[in-house]
Design a protein around this ligand. Structure first.
Ligand code: GLN
Length: 308
């Protein structure tokens, strides 16, 4: 297959770009090796291709958000989740307090305020925080087709300085959007962000979305097609935060980034794609990851708005 050669060449074309910087507000992430570079493709029939540092583990961070959103939709239904979190892009940074005037709902589930709320909506309404954390590890592991675990060091590192997320959670509690202790919600959300993945795990998670919610390798049905449609739609409009419009016009597929340098894209009915490169642009999106995806779109014509 020419695919491994193509992927190796793509990595080579961005390798020397050292622009951007690792996230500096989480000490463990600031210390990450900034030169790591990897890519993985997983097709909807389960073929997998990877190049670069494909077996290096890193914390999933905000790439957990669409998957936990999917679990919340599956567990509580669309109406209950939409009552608490909207679906409108913000044009603001991911950690901004972007709440809808009047209702106090976070504008969408991809920003931190929305994701902290969504975290509290996983499992049955009376689930304990422990049961909820377990449901999230089980659910994300089903997307990945492999048992995932939490990086305790990353968790401790982020929680020790999560002042901003605590502020967001306090506002959510004051607005009665979450109905539990704000610190419990932030602890669970931070734990979800600390799950360790490789770029191959991320590609398979994205491929599960691309494959109508069925893991293409294990065959496990993880969420329904309706949940996938909602999740991919929100990724398309909000997944790249205040870089979402630029992304949609130039790359053209639903995507999600994370501050540890991961980036996923899902091409419905075809494949899941993931990249890993820790230096970030001013939106908190991976510099070389965005470059690689632009290249994939122009080489493979994967822009969803391109009329064949
Ligand atoms: N855990 C990070 C935070 O809450 C995730 C942010 C991200 O990846 N964009 O700030």
């Amino acid at each position: 297959s020419p695919i491994p050669d193509y992927l190796a060449e793509a990595l080579g074309s961005v390798e020397f770009d050292q622009s951007g910087a690792t996230a500096d507000y989480i000490p463990e992430l600031a210390d990450a090796d900034p030169d790591r570079l990897a890519v993985s493709f997983c097709t909807e029939d389960g073929r997998r291709y990877s190049q670069g540092d494909a077996d290096v583990e890193f914390s999933i961070q905000s790439i957990s958000k669409p998957f936990v959103y999917a679990l919340a939709l599956a567990d509580r239904g669309f109406d209950d989740v939409l009552a608490k979190v909207g679906v409108e892009p913000t044009g603001d940074a991911f950690n901004e307090l972007s709440l809808e005037p009047g209702t106090g709902r976070p504008l969408n589930p991809m920003i931190n305020a929305g994701a902290i709320t969504v975290h509290t909506l996983v499992g049955p309404p009376d689930a304990t925080p422990e049961a909820r954390n377990a449901r999230i590890v089980d659910g994300l592991s089903a997307f990945a087709g492999r048992r995932l675990s939490v990086d305790q060091r990353v968790y401790e590192s982020e929680i020790s300085c999560a002042y901003r997320n605590r502020a967001l959670a306090n506002m959510l509690r004051a607005n009665e959007i979450i109905d539990e202790g704000p610190l419990v919600a932030v602890a669970g959300y931070t734990r979800q962000c600390s799950l360790l993945v490789t770029v191959e795990d991320l590609a398979m998670m994205a491929a599960t979305l691309a494959n109508r919610g069925v893991n293409p390798v294990t065959g496990a049905p993880v969420v329904s097609a309706a949940v996938v449609r909602q999740t991919l739609s929100v990724m398309a409009t909000c997944g790249m935060y205040d870089g979402a419009g630029d992304w949609m016009t130039r790359v053209g597929i639903p995507a999600k980034s994370g501050v540890s340098g991961g980036l996923i894209g899902a091409l419905p009915g075809q494949a899941g794609i993931a990249t890993f490169s820790p230096r970030l642009d001013r939106h908190g999106n991976s510099v070389r990851g965005v470059d690689l995806f632009r290249r994939f779109t122009s080489d493979m014509g994967m822009h969803l708005m391109e009329v064949p």
